[in-house]
Write a protein that binds this ligand. Structure first.
Ligand code: HEC
Ligand code: HEC
Length: 301
């Protein structure tokens, strides 16, 4: 905030307070006179008098003015002057965060001393994990963890990077970045169409056999290094299994062709620094417990 606005608001505030004070004194000074009327007359002889305010009423006005002045001395309100108490919004927020951390931090630390498999059976830990998940993960993975296009389903049996407890914990802690180069320039439109048919063949779906045969060699050359010769994927690289009906991106013929020609750069932000190790561990237990349900997702449209 520039100095100008600080002064602008301070001056208006002071003028307002002084104005109120003057107004109250001015109205209260008028002596009650027999004939001091406003000049309004109704029903022949009903006159409106102009009497000063009752004393107790006046004092409540003076009190509010005194309150305003004292408040502005103690708390920030006048431009850059921070008030004698040193109170700030940020300070209060920090204090509340620290109080919450003292209360819950210990709770999470106690939970985090247990290993993830055991935690995944513990009702309290799962309830805490679910809260954390809804607040920190649901916007991407869905409140039920079932994901959406390009955001992996965490409840199914397929894992890009691995579904054992420590790998899940690592995914959450460090984040993930799945990168696949764009193959359009290297393969050309025909090459992309051929490889797409080969992927559909690997996937056990209806495909053009001639194109797929032409795509087989190209797949071995350009794709097998990451997705494996059989297209079964590679968790060390986050390259998905292309042979099942679980698709992270579009699983339609056009969608697959688009993925191949355009490549991918899919990122999950690291949560470790935001949430701390203890909370990440409780979250890992929650996510691990979701996958124990073992449902399979489909996204072939
Ligand atoms: C450098 C390693 C690498 C190479 C080479 C590679 N991919 Fe990928 N591919 C990946 C990764 C990693 C992903 C997952 C990206 C993500 O995190 O979303 C992926 C995703 C895909 C997907 C989307 C899967 C889904 O579930 O939606 C398809 C289809 C695919 N690749 C096909 C191919 C084909 C065909 C080739 C060869 C022309 C190829 N890839 C070459 C690493 C690679
Ligand atoms: C901004 C969106 C976003 C947020 C927030 C987010 N994720 Fe993710 N997450 C992703 C994406 C995208 C991927 C896939 C990364 C890739 O393609 O390489 C992913 C991958 C994962 C994986 C690896 C899945 C696998 O199959 O191996 C796990 C586990 C995971 N997230 C858990 C979480 C948890 C728990 C939270 C909350 C603390 C969270 N994520 C918050 C977007 C997000």
């Amino acid at each position: 905030m520039s100095n100008f606005w600080g002064w602008f608001i301070s001056i208006i505030t002071v003028i307002n307070i002084a104005g109120c004070l003057w107004l109250i004194r001015w109205t209260s000074k008028k002596a009650p006179g027999e004939e001091d009327t406003t000049g309004h007359v109704w029903d022949g002889d009903l006159k409106e008098l102009n009497n000063p305010l009752p004393r107790w009423w006046l004092w409540t006005f003076y009190l509010t003015i005194a309150f305003a002045v004292i408040y502005l001395v103690i708390f920030p309100g006048m431009g850059k002057f921070g008030g004698t108490s040193g109170w700030t919004q940020v300070g209060q927020y920090d204090q509340e965060v620290q109080a919450a951390e003292a209360k819950y931090g210990e709770l999470f630390a106690r939970m985090a001393a247990t290993d993830i498999e055991t935690l995944a059976m513990d009702e309290n830990a799962l309830r805490a994990g679910r809260n954390l998940f809804v607040n920190n993960c649901a916007m991407c993975h869905g409140s039920d963890g079932r994901g959406a296009r390009s955001f992996p389903n965490l409840t199914d049996s397929e894992w890009m990077y691995g579904g054992d407890p420590s790998t899940i914990e690592l995914s959450i802690m460090m984040g993930r970045n799945g990168v696949m180069p764009a193959w359009g320039p290297a393969l050309g439109a025909d090459g992309v169409a051929q490889v797409t048919e080969h992927v559909l063949e690997l996937n056990g779906r209806e495909h053009d056999a001639t194109l797929a045969a032409a795509g087989t060699e190209k797949f071995a050359m350009f794709c097998a290094a990451c997705h494996g010769p059989q297209g079964k994927g590679n968790q060390a690289l986050g390259a998905p299994d292309l042979t099942n009906d679980i698709w992270l991106h579009s699983g339609s013929r056009e969608g697959i062709a688009q993925t191949i020609s355009g490549g991918l750069n899919n990122r999950m932000p690291a949560q470790g620094e935001i949430l701390g190790e203890d909370r990440v561990r409780v979250l890992a237990a929650y996510v691990y417990s979701l996958s124990l349900g073992g449902e399979r997702g489909t996204n072939t449209e």
